[in-house]
Design a protein around this ligand. Structure first.
Ligand code: F3S
Length: 390
């Protein structure tokens, strides 16, 4: 791999240990994937923030990097942690809260923005054609597919290394030849709500391997539906990008037909119980946009959440601030709009939550293992019907 004189100096440790180790991570990755050089990135997004999934050893590594003066050179956002500051944190043991706060503190010292959201693109939309180093698979697919920004699916450490060096290795999704669609999926008469878009992602993720699909589906589809599709594609597969309703240039491309029964079976497989008595109804995986909050507020207006049911909407602090009047309406109905956290990597077991209903295929897929919970998977409107009295 070709390195400039300056990059070589960093590699040899002339700019300190933190920069050296980050440069070595990037070069190692680049060599593994036959990159010939490093390229600048305009932003990084680091995942692996929740103490629940991270544990103690990686937290020590972060402390060492921060103490060695590791500093982000580009704007870098952070994925959610394991609780929010107002509602959940009060219910958790002190020890967990401290360890989580300590992790965030190390990131802060390194100059990362403590955005704590998996939808950093609502805070600042990357420019089309810009190169990024993002971890968080749902955001990676969204960036590549909906925003036409270019990023590989980074791991937590490689995204952090890219943040500190300000560059990434030039391979994979950073190269035009690797962004060509190579399979056509026709689902024109199949998809209606966001849950079905998510279910399609779960189904296709399993069969596409790392191919790039062009999906021919209904017209005028919202970005929310594409967000659900992308998050689910990345959940079960290595897909980093899809095209939606674009024409394929080559006739001979492989075609995959998805039938109504495939989709129905996938939707059904994402519920592990038919129990209508759910402990938690959760919307916001990936974190909600302003439009989604508005829609939820509108659908809840004047009604009350049933007693004994928790209703959580997860979003970023940024979106919550922008949607204050809708947040108020959700609160008045008995719901909670939570920021900074991801339910999947939160401590739902400690709260006694045994059944989770959600419109997110990604959550429905992971919750049985990560939250040890039964799941009920349904579109937003049905989730709200279950949540609300009357
Ligand atoms: Fe975001 Fe957590 Fe879902 S990080 S995409 S809310 S699993």
């Amino acid at each position: 791999m070709y390195l400039t004189k300056e990059e070589e100096r960093i590699y040899d440790g002339e700019h300190g240990w933190a920069n050296q180790i980050c440069m070595r991570i990037l070069v190692r990755l680049g060599e593994l994937f036959n990159a010939t050089k490093l390229i600048p990135v305009s932003s990084a997004h680091v995942a692996g923030v929740s103490y629940k999934t991270l544990g103690d050893a990686p937290a020590e590594f972060l402390r060492a990097l921060a103490n060695a003066n590791g500093k982000a050179k580009v704007k870098t956002t952070l994925n959610p942690q394991s609780f929010d500051q107002e509602y959940l944190s009060r219910k958790l043991p002190k020890d967990i809260r401290e360890k989580q706060s300590n992790i965030i503190e190390q990131f802060r010292k390194m100059g990362l923005t403590t955005s704590l959201t998996c939808t950093p693109y609502y805070l600042e939309r990357p420019k089309p054609g810009s190169h990024l180093a993002w971890a968080e698979s749902s955001a990676v697919v969204y960036a590549n597919s909906v925003l036409n920004a270019w990023t590989n699916r980074e791991g937590g450490p490689s995204a952090l290394a890219a943040a500190i060096i300000g560059k990434t290795a030039d391979y994979g999704m950073h190269r035009t030849e690797n962004r060509q669609p190579n399979v056509l999926v026709d689902v024109r008469n199949l998809l209606q709500n966001e849950a079905e878009f998510g279910a399609l992602g779960i189904y296709l993720g399993k069969i596409l391997e790392d191919k790039i699909p062009t999906i021919q589906g209904p017209n005028n589809v919202s970005e929310t539906k594409l967000k659900q599709l992308g998050a689910a594609l990345a959940t079960t597969g290595m897909v980093n990008m899809f095209y939606y309703n674009t024409q394929l240039e080559r006739e001979e491309t492989e075609k995959i037909s998805v039938e109504a029964k495939d989709l129905k079976r996938t939707v059904e497989s994402l519920s592990t119980t038919e129990d209508v008595k759910v402990d938690l109804i959760f919307i916001g995986c990936p974190h909600c946009s302003l439009n989604e909050i508005k829609q939820i507020a509108w659908l809840m207006d004047g009604k009350k959440v049933r007693s004994g049911t928790r209703f959580w909407v997860c979003t970023s602090r940024y979106v919550k601030e922008k949607s204050e009047k809708y947040v108020k309406r959700i609160k008045n109905s008995g719901g909670h709009v939570l920021t900074d956290m991801c339910t999947i990597v939160s401590w739902t077991e400690i709260l006694g939550i045994k059944t989770i209903m959600t419109n997110s295929a990604k959550t429905a897929y992971y919750a049985p293992t990560l939250n040890k919970a039964e799941t009920v998977f349904a579109p937003l409107k049905q989730c709200l019907k279950t949540a609300l009295e009357g």
